[in-house]
Design a protein around this ligand. Structure first.
Ligand code: AMP
Length: 210
């Protein structure tokens, strides 16, 4: 099965991506995570994307195409964070056609702006292993420390309120058009991303089994 997860920043793509990829044994391709890793390793790609990411705007499509072309290789993947505009959706089609692969569903996590501001400004991420926490909904056992590896929990720079609102605008301006696009292709599956994570997961699982 090959899936795409679509939704505004903070809609729960990271969380659902994790559980879905484990449940269905899919390779998770999370573009934002890949780019953050490149940045922390100081690669030339990482340096190229830094300024866009800090501003909360999209990295240019030509840079993204090369990254995704390398990551998508075989059946059994779940993509989080790509495509984010119609041009990228067409890029994805080209990549899949070239590799003789097909997309089975695009899962859209529908959330309100208020929900994402609340979620993202409270989100904390492990500086070492990337595990996710939330100061209210999912706190770590010891404040500021990762339960899994003990490293320091940090706030992503782009999770500050101003940048979150900017990222929401970017989503509404670019990514929202994909909902229509995939709906016309009969690939869209919508789930209410304002619900708690277990309920969202169950809705997606039920829909995928139909
Ligand atoms: P995310 O963790 O998915 O919210 O992504 C963080 C940042 O990475 C975004 O604000 C963009 O700057 C960049 N990014 C991630 N995915 C894409 C994409 N498909 N196209 C362009 N930029 C992206």
């Amino acid at each position: 099965m090959n899936l795409v997860l679509l939704g505004a920043p903070g809609s729960g793509k990271g969380t659902q991506g994790e559980v879905l990829s484990q449940h269905y044994n899919l390779k998770k391709i999370a573009l934002g995570d890949i780019l953050r890793e490149e940045r922390s390793e100081g690669t030339s790609l990482g340096n190229k994307v830094k300024k866009y990411m800090e501003e909360g705007v999209l990295v240019p499509d030509d840079i993204i195409k090369e990254v995704m072309g390398n990551k998508i290789q075989d059946n059994g993947f779940l993509i989080d964070g790509f495509p984010r505009n119609i041009n990228q959706a067409k890029m994805l089609e080209d990549i899949l056609a070239e590799k003789k692969l097909e997309l089975n569903a695009v899962i859209y996590l529908d959330v309100s702006e208020d929900t994402i501001v609340r979620r993202l400004t409270g989100r904390r991420i492990c500086s070492k292993c990337g595990a996710l926490y939330h100061v209210v909904n999912m706190p770590s056992k010891e404040e500021g420390k990762c339960d899994k590896c003990g490293a320091e929990l940090i706030m992503r720079k782009d999770d500050k309120e101003d940048t979150v609102r900017k990222r929401w605008e970017v989503f509404m301006g670019n990514t929202h058009a994909l909902i229509d696009y995939y709906s016309k292709k009969n690939l869209l599956m919508k789930a209410d991303g304002n619900l708690d994570k277990d309920r969202v997961f169950n809705i997606i699982r039920e829909n995928l089994s139909r």
